[in-house]
Write a new protein. Structure first.
Length: 293
């Protein structure tokens, strides 16, 4: 009987390995499969070139990609090399489509090479099914791992941005500035409040200037968060000055009926610092210096 039989076995790690004619064909025709795959990947790159990918680097990466696929298939799903390869590709800023396209091209090449080995339609269908059973886990794992690494990268970047986006900066004794940049949502408002209170105590600030020059939109929610921050500063014994109020923001605040009468406001950081100096019983004195001979 010439029928093709596929058996599945599980190792101690629970990884499904495949013992089928497709594996034998992959081993026997490796050079041909890799050569054809490289050719098709090269053609695809020529049709839709990626501006951030050097051609020489692409060729080298394709060779590594082919070896990684073979290593994964012939080692019963050992994914260490695949994980490392995915990580490098994403780290270098290459598109995920490069990985997914490469797997799909590999699938088509394998079917094209081994399809001629089937003696009848039934065997051909079995070869297709077995090929899918081998390639699909790679494709699924690739997408899963890429998504996981991407989400982790975004999470780390978001945390880093959050930490840097609301610093309290001591500019001189008793006076600190908190520059705000970008959109303020509830999560970020909580961070601003925490950094503000901790910074006031740490730097022994008596006056804090909240600079909203870099905040594009001030709506009711943003104003509410700012008012809460100012009130919290007052409760720990310091005073707050809101600076960076542009004309359009002032108009928006008025139209929304928001009152900011509980703490001083200034249009620029310079004016805010001058006010803060007066509040701490200091002032800027300009000294005329004549050239000495």
């Amino acid at each position: 009987m010439n029928g093709i039989i596929i058996t599945r076995k599980r190792d101690l790690k629970g990884v499904t390995s495949l013992d089928s004619p497709v594996i034998a064909h992959l081993k026997e025709h490796k050079d041909k499969i890799v050569e054809l795959w490289m050719k098709k990947m090269d053609e695809a790159a020529a049709e839709a070139p990626q501006s951030n990918i050097n051609y020489k680097a692409l060729i080298t990466t394709n060779e590594t990609f082919a070896e990684v696929i073979y290593n994964y298939i012939l080692n019963d799903g050992s994914s260490r090399n695949l994980n490392e390869f995915i990580g490098r590709i994403l780290q270098f800023g290459w598109p995920l489509s490069y990985l997914t396209h490469g797997i799909q091209v590999f699938r088509r090449v394998v079917i094209e090479v081994i399809g001629g080995k089937a003696e009848n339609t039934k065997e051909l269908l079995q070869l297709y099914q077995q090929t899918d059973a081998i390639i699909d886990p790679i494709s699924n794992k690739l997408i899963h791992d890429a998504a996981e690494q991407w989400e982790n990268t975004v999470y780390l970047q978001k945390n880093a941005l959050m930490e840097l986006s609301a610093p309290l900066i001591p500019v001189m004794e008793k006076i600190s500035v908190m520059p705000l940049i970008g959109t303020i949502d509830t999560e970020r408002a909580k961070l601003i409040m925490e950094n503000l209170l901790e910074g006031v105590i740490e730097h022994r600030s008596e006056v804090v200037l909240i600079d909203i020059t870099g905040v594009p939109i001030v709506d009711t929610m943003v104003a509410h968060h700012i008012i809460q921050a100012a009130e919290a500063v007052r409760l720990v014994g310091a005073k707050c000055i809101l600076v960076g109020i542009r004309p359009e923001i002032a108009q928006t605040i008025v139209n929304l009926g928001i009152t900011l009468s509980d703490f001083p406001t200034r249009s620029t950081l310079k004016e805010g610092i001058e006010t803060a100096l007066k509040m701490t019983k200091r002032e800027i004195v300009f000294i005329d210096q004549e050239g000495s001979d």
